[in-house]
Design a protein around this ligand. Structure first.
Ligand SMILES: [Zn+2]
Ligand SMILES: [Zn+2]
Length: 305
């Protein structure tokens, strides 16, 4: 997708959210500037020729994330630019003004610290986040992780954008992102396709998982729980609410987890898959009230009613 389309999709998704519910409109106003700035950075890094890791198709097919062996120091320039532009937007969202904000800015001003956190995020080295959070004093490690992910996302997304189809060809079906190893935050069923030859509209409905860190989407089998691999129809369930069949909860009784899924065949306009999660909190609350836990914890699906 062209990067400019991403910004348009963010705007239309946020607008639709606000029209649905005042509380979602408020979230859209607070978080919209962050999402737009991330999209702008990602556009810039795509143009600037961001560093690309080599693709080893065999390792990818075996489920080893592409960035597993990448050296994040190669992204130092982009990470620093991203931190400079996003920290002023992130700090107030986390009510991190004053000393805590200053300490964090000073720490992230060192490129080695930034790439160290990026490396730790890819490796799932949560201890590094805990230790850094202790070192910084007043900043909880969840906040540090949230800020870091938001700062890293534009550079990772530019990388995914430039790798394009070579990724799709190489990756197999995995429950973790083949690029960065993150768990997916949302699923979707692909839109119908129009063929240029005869303008026939059909097909679609292929299930994909979406990574909110690097923005990569990958195809998986439709009738399988992405968390535990359960493929028995009797122990998997789909819920919808408010007569909106395009937004569903896909829950699994075997592992008690769920993931939200957007059916793009039913959407007049495809939503931005990261922005849209903010406007689906009612689905998360419903799933959790039924005893299910989100497959991946996000800022949105862990809120209390
Ligand atoms: Zn990813
Ligand atoms: Zn399951």
């Amino acid at each position: 997708m062209h990067p400019e389309q991403t910004r348009q999709m963010i705007d239309s998704t946020l607008q639709a959210m606000g029209e649905r519910l005042d509380a979602y409109g408020e979230l859209a106003r607070r978080f919209g500037p962050l999402l737009r700035e991330q999209a702008a950075l990602s556009e810039q890094f795509t143009r600037d020729d961001v560093h690309l890791p080599a693709i080893d198709e065999k390792r990818l097919a075996d489920g080893v994330p592409l960035l597993d062996t990448a050296d994040c120091a190669a992204l130092a320039g982009q990470l620093a630019a991203s931190a400079g532009r996003l920290l002023p937007l992130l700090a107030p969202l986390l009510r991190m003004d004053g000393e805590a904000g200053d300490a964090l800015r000073a720490y992230l001003n060192d490129p080695a610290h930034l790439s160290g956190l990026a490396q730790a995020r890819i490796k799932g080295d949560w201890k590094h986040f805990e230790n850094t959070s202790v070192q910084l004093g007043d900043i909880p490690s969840e906040s540090l992780l949230y800020i870091s992910e938001n700062v890293f996302a534009p550079a990772f997304r530019a990388m995914v954008g430039r790798l394009g189809n070579s990724l799709t060809r190489a990756a197999g079906e995995h429950s973790r992102c083949p690029v960065c190893g993150s768990a997916p935050t949302i699923a979707y069923l692909s839109a119908r396709e129009t063929t240029e030859v005869d303008h026939l509209v059909g097909g679609g409905g292929k299930k994909h998982l979406h990574c909110s860190l690097c923005g990569h989407d990958w195809k998986v089998r439709r009738n399988v729980c992405p968390s535990c691999g359960n493929d028995k129809n009797e122990t998997r369930e789909t819920f919808t609410v408010d007569g909106r069949p395009q937004e569903r909860i896909e829950a699994c009784h075997a592992c008690k987890s769920y993931i939200l899924c957007i059916d793009l065949r039913e959407c007049l306009e495809p939503p931005d898959l990261d922005a849209v999660q903010m406007g689906l909190i009612h689905l998360d609350l419903h799933a959790r009230s039924q005893g299910f836990s989100p497959m991946t914890r996000t800022l949105w699906n862990t809120l209390d009613a």
